[in-house]
Design a protein around this ligand. Structure first.
Ligand code: SIN
Ligand code: CO
Length: 388
């Protein structure tokens, strides 16, 4: 994707300009980001999804005296029959994993790393419905799918921003409005992390949230050090050969801290392990149970491909690749695989994974390492046969 081509999706600016001026910094309202956008899923279909066991769904109902009641799915048909006429929102997480037409939307966001994308959440709200003024720690693109929603934005928040006493939802006690717009289908609002926002449905409305993920510093440190720990032998310890006599045996001296810092720096600075951990972490599936895999022999794989079968990415799997020294590494749903540099084009093809078939795989099926990789990815569940 050429980052210097103006994009309708970004209101006529280029991806480069968007990343420079707005991404993670300030909001951007884009009228008709996707002109004539029609929601590929109806409110009834969304409600249908929220009945499924493996789907994460919430209902937020605004009652006068007890605002923003949260109910968690999966729901039953009766949950919807007994809802009031207005003032409620149904939110369904990761719809892209269940509805291919919704996953398609992510193609528009290829100017950002795919491993930064979390999911496409879709909300359906009746007039007056909303989840209250709040902030998220993630970037989000809010695409209006149906009906109209009034979006209000406010101040930048942080962990110290006062919240209402609410058992389930993080609702801001103070909302300092700076702007407001009514979004029509196809309009989109980009919000950087921590910006207060408040969406209220004007009529029956559907909003798509393309949400991003970024590990917290605490997650990076705890997870990476856990990962590193597995590779360190028990006998490798804090050591102080050559230490000077202590003037007071009870004092921890500065040189002890320096030794500790050197020990940390030696391991924390291991780029190979850091890249391996990061790729694994960022490709962890949201629902690992949906990346189940299947037993398959090499003959069966080749036979199916020769018969015209098509391999696609399991919509619940995440894929990314990287360079590690002279080698390449493929990250697939939390696992990593070191591969020779000659497989670069295959890795790119697999990660883009529109459709893998005998024609575009061709030469790779004759390559032992390439063929084996494909087989392992199907067995692991990151790739699967498209059912056609
Ligand atoms: C919604 O779609 O109702 C809520 C999205 C958000 O504010 O994060
Ligand atoms: Co939000």
């Amino acid at each position: 994707m050429n980052p210097d081509i103006p994009l309708q999706l970004l209101g006529g600016i280029t991806a480069r300009e968007f990343l420079r001026d707005y991404w993670q910094k300030k909001p951007l309202l884009i009228r008709q980001a996707l002109p004539d956008f029609e929601s590929p899923i109806s409110a009834d279909e969304l409600a249908g999804l929220s009945l499924e066991e493996e789907v994460e769904a919430r209902l937020v109902i605004e009652h006068g005296e007890r605002p923003w009641e949260l109910r968690r799915g999966p729901f039953g048909e009766d949950d919807f029959k007994n809802l009031p006429e207005r003032d409620w929102t149904l939110l369904v997480q990761a719809v892209d994993q269940f509805v291919p037409d919704v996953a398609e939307l992510l193609q528009h966001f290829r100017f950002l790393p795919s491993w930064r994308i979390d999911d496409v959440m879709i909300s359906f709200a009746t007039p007056g419905g909303g989840v209250g003024p709040h902030f998220d720690n993630y970037d989000v693109f809010l695409l209006q799918g149906q009906g109209q929603r009034r979006w209000k934005i406010g101040q930048m928040c942080d962990a110290d921003s006062p919240l209402l006493a609410h058992a389930d939802l993080r609702i801001l006690a103070n909302f300092e409005q700076t702007d407001e717009w009514v979004l029509e289908p196809g309009d989109m609002l980009y919000l950087p992390p921590r910006l207060a926002h408040y969406g209220i449905a004007e009529d029956d409305c559907m909003t798509y949230s393309v949400g991003f993920r970024a590990p917290s510093a605490a997650e990076v440190l705890t997870h990476f050090t856990d990962f590193l720990g597995q590779f360190l032998p028990d006998e490798e310890r804090y050591s102080d050969a050559g230490t000077a006599p202590a003037s007071d045996p009870h004092q921890i001296q500065r040189d002890s801290l320096d030794r500790l810092k050197a020990l940390l720096a030696e391991h924390m600075g291991d780029e190979r392990l850091l890249m391996t951990w990061f790729g694994q972490f960022m490709t962890e599936p949201r629902y690992p149970e949906l990346v189940a895999g299947t037993e398959l022999s090499e003959e069966e794989l080749l036979g199916s491909l020769e018969d015209g079968a098509v391999l696609v990415r399991n919509p619940s799997a995440r894929l990314a690749w990287s360079e590690v020294g002279e080698d390449l590494v493929l990250f697939a749903s939390g696992q990593s695989r070191l591969l020779s540099a000659s497989l670069r084009e295959l890795l790119k093809l697999i990660c883009a994974a529109e459709a893998l078939h005998i024609d575009n795989l061709g030469q790779w099926l004759a390559d032992d390492e390439g063929r084996n990789l494909l087989l392992e990815l199907v067995k692991q569940g990151s790739l699967e046969f498209a059912d056609e």
